[in-house]
Ligand binder design. Sequence first.
Ligand code: ADP
Length: 466
Amino acid sequence: MVKEAIFILRFQNEGMSVWDKYKRYVEQACLGTDTSHWSAVDFWRNKLFARAISFIIPLSLIALIPGIYIAFITDNQGLIIFDVIIIAGLITLAHLPNIPIQWRKIGFTFLVYSVGIMLLFLLGNAGPGLVYLFAITIFMIIIFPSKYSFLSTFINTAICLIFGLLLHYELVVYSTGPGTERIGFEAWVAISSNLIFLGAVFSFLFPHLFEGMKSSFEKQEELTKDLKQQQAQLKESLQDLENKNKELEQFAYVASHDLQEPLRMVSSFMGLVRDKYNDQLDSKGKQYIHFAIDGASRMQQIIIDLLEYSRAGRVDEEKEICSIDEMLSEVREELHPKITELTGMVHWKSMPDVMAYRTHLKRLFLNLINNGLVYHQKGQKPIVQLSYEETETHWQFCVQDDGLGIDPINFDKIFVIFKRLHRKEDFAGTGIGLAICKKIAELHGGRIWVESTVGYGSKFYFTIKK
Ligand code: ADP
């Protein structure tokens, strides 16, 4: 955080007024370049000091003019010289490079104390001098580390004691106004003890504030560090997961691909056995062979679907602008035999063009429309309607059917691989289609869900990111 603040300080120089440039120059001279070892509280203490110095120089120049005037009418050349020395000292502290900031602070404290003491000496009135002492007390508490907070109280006590003695021996004379009584030692103690008391109260209170700030800065820094660590871990885990997923997909692909060949052999040899030895087999034997061939062909279908499932996550094509109208016409063409068989209907109003992986998106529509036709009410001609909505970030499509409908408790289950709600005797299938749809929707930065009432059809929604 400190480094960032310095960076902003140093490089935001363009388009600044002369005053801003001057302030920045003083801050850079005071703060230097290596601030990495400062805590956040130290950084802000130092920055405040630098900012204060940059303000005090022009202010003291303004104060010098009435000072010179008063010195002139009271015939006090010493005051003029003193003023000039103080301002020269301030300018030197602000501009000289390569002085550690602690020394600048000590120099500044020394200068302000000198002003206070001089005023106490020369003015014949304690007010302005005490105000300076109080101001530097507060300033010291703020700019120096908390362990030095009581230092100003000790210095003030010493100065007040010395001036008490000076008053006692009439080396300094104060009066509250023209023709009024002089301030004696007791009255001085009463006045100056206010300064010491207030200084002590602030010396006690301010460090608590700084400690509080320090601990919340530290907590914040710790939290940021933790957060960064967690983010890095999360990134690593995500990368891990991605790699594992890829491996798994690769495995599913290879395994299902390689399984096809032996399976083909099993079913074709069983077919040969059936054809060649049909006469010698009794009905039980024929039934067993039928089961074996049926099992093998179902397994073949599962393997084909698995292969497709593993392909659904792979991106081996570029995204392109796809006309959904065209895509749906192709799907309807492919499903033509089924539509004719069921005397069904698939229709939609005009659809948009979207950026997508063409093959994948087509597969998604095909699966949903196919299901909408397959899971129809007995004796009813299935009607599948498609529609879409455009949101700010996504395209949302809906595939609606008037079929069997789905119980809400199964809304999530049906998107899980191999999960089916119907027996294979009633409806053929492997339970992979919707899992593929889910993968494809996610591949397009979207999601898929269903709304349905049993007996009243279903609406499958999916989104793809624009
Ligand atoms: P499959 O159709 O091969 O069984 P899917 O993953 O496509 O696999 O579907 C999973 C299950 O969800 C289906 O077995 C069916 O029970 C149910 N289902 C899918 N689509 C519909 C639909 N439009 N209407 C009613 N049930 C459906």
